[in-house]
Design a protein around this ligand. Structure first.
Ligand code: ADP
Ligand code: ADP
Ligand code: MG
Length: 440
């Protein structure tokens, strides 16, 4: 592997470019006409325009890689990162796909199938169903699962394609709406139902597999601070968990990674309630919140992905990773007080610094945040010797952060850090909507 095409944009494209350059690899960045002002493009060894606004044209991306002499493609997160057709097409062209095998991606991208595979390999999914074949099945399913239940799109992701149904009266109509929506959004209307776990915490495990039955975990993260099923603030390790229960979970997850011969980095997601961990899905890619794990382990996860893709054995230090201190990540979004996207010109920008602070961002003053893409413009990460120390550093960093020209959610993060529930660790996935969103 000598030259990597990064099939993504924004902070994650820059993050991946840094790791490639540090590993001595050349980088080709793609961009769209809407994105021609991306500030990091001049750092790439070459750049290719792949369209007007879309990063989803598989043929264009592969042509760009071929034309610029790349031998590998890193998909980042979002976009085509969990698209098995993309991974297949990349490999069919003799290029290295920096990620899992197309077969693993396919297995996990179908969330109903993923539940089955998880349960066959030692994990316990949320009580629920397989794919709903016929709306008439629903009443019977609901009787087994109980209300409230969740209807979830099997091809869903990014917090989309999920709805809570509280009673039998609206079940049929909610199902018909949900399946039509999923069909429109993901090109696949398949739905399954799951018990709605109330007051659950979102706990996930970072894993790396060598593709040959070897694998490790890199500890837990907590991502319970969510708005509409989308993560807002994450931490590592997941705090306030019983150590024995956590170790049992980690061992089960490593067993799963080994049994499925998983290759590369991935995240296994769980809901935690009543002292049990229930599998919800696996993300077969680098996660947005991977930096919190990097801060507490000292491991560069993108470097590890590059190593696995190049066919190297897992580095020995991955086998005895020690968790040091605590880390938090605040997703800084260009959005107003109603949480609506607020793209536009960044007039001035001042970024925090100091011990334990990391900022992953591609933006700078004078940059026009385009209208077409995700509203996340930066990730602010703070590490400290323990959770209170990390929180203290994060609040200082939020005070130092100034963005003018566009609205951001900085003050939302301040409210989270000041909330009693957050400080004492009684946050569940309903916390944000209950205690933060309503107060603004
Ligand atoms: P993570 O689980 O890494 O925190 P998110 O769920 O926030 O990631 O998703 C990462 C990015 O990918 C976000 O920009 C999200 O909108 C996007 N994304 C993830 N899955 C899908 C999908 N199936 N369809 C569209 N966008 C997606
Ligand atoms: P996505 O692919 O969009 O990330 P997930 O299955 O990971 O979807 O679920 C995203 C979030 O939705 C979870 O973190 C949680 O907050 C909520 N959620 C998902 N399934 C359930 C459930 N069965 N009960 C309660 N909340 C759930
Ligand atoms: Mg998820």
């Amino acid at each position: 592997m000598q030259r990597v095409l990064i099939a993504n944009r924004g902070e994650i494209a820059l993050r991946i470019m840094r790791a490639c350059h540090a590993a001595g690899l050349e980088v080709v960045c793609v961009y769209t006409r809407a994105d021609s002002e991306l500030p990091y493009l001049h750092l790439a060894d070459d750049t290719v325009c792949v369209g007007a606004t879309s990063y989803l044209d598989i043929a264009n991306l592969i042509m760009a890689a071929k034309a610029t002499g790349c031998d590998a493609i890193h998909p980042g997160y979002g976009f085509l990162s969990e698209n098995p057709e993309f991974a297949t097409a990349v490999e069919a062209q003799g290029l290295v796909f920096i990620g899992p095998t197309p077969a693993s991606i396919r297995d996990m991208a179908d969330k109903a199938r993923a539940r089955q595979i998880a349960s066959d390999n030692g994990l316990t999914p949320v009580p629920g169903s397989v794919i709903i074949q016929d709306p008439r099945q629903l009443t019977q399913l609901a009787a087994q699962i109980g209300f409230p239940l969740m209807l979830k799109a099997s091809a869903g992701g990014g917090g989309r394609g999920i709805r809570v149904v509280s009673s039998g009266e609206s079940l049929q109509s909610e199902y018909l709406e949900a399946t039509a929506e999923a069909d429109a959004a993901f090109g696949d209307g398949a739905m399954y139902a799951e018990k709605f776990i109330e007051r659950a915490r979102h706990i996930e495990v970072q894993v790396v597999g060598d593709g040959e039955g070897g694998g490790v975990h890199l500890g837990t993260r907590e991502c319970s601070v969510q708005r509409r099923q989308q993560k807002v603030l994450e931490e590592a390790p997941a705090p306030f968990l019983d150590q024995t229960a956590t170790e049992k979970l980690l061992a089960a997850v490593v067993g799963f990674v080994k049994a499925t011969r998983y290759r590369g980095a991935g995240t296994v997601e769980f809901l935690f309630a009543d002292n049990a961990f229930y599998f919800i899905e696996m993300n077969t890619r680098l996660q947005v919140e991977h930096p919190v794990t990097e801060m507490v382990t000292g491991v560069d996860l993108v470097a590890v992905q590059l190593g696995v893709a190049a066919g190297s054995a897992l580095p020995p230090e991955l086998h005895n990773v020690e968790i040091r201190g605590h880390a938090l990540e605040c997703r800084i979004n260009a959005e107003d007080e109603q949480f609506s996207p607020s793209p536009g010109l960044i007039e001035s920008l001042s970024l925090p610094g100091g011990p334990g602070i990391r900022i992953d961002t591609h933006v700078k003053a004078g940059y026009l945040v385009p209208y077409f893409y995700d509203s996340m413009i930066a990730k602010l990460i703070a590490h400290g010797s323990d959770r209170p120390a990390a929180i203290a550093r994060m609040s200082g960093a939020l005070d130092e952060l100034h963005v003018s020209g566009i609205a951001t959610n900085r003050n939302v993060h301040r409210r989270i850090l000041e909330a009693d529930e957050f400080l004492v660790g009684s946050v569940d996935t309903g916390f944000f909507e209950r205690s933060i969103a309503g107060q603004l």
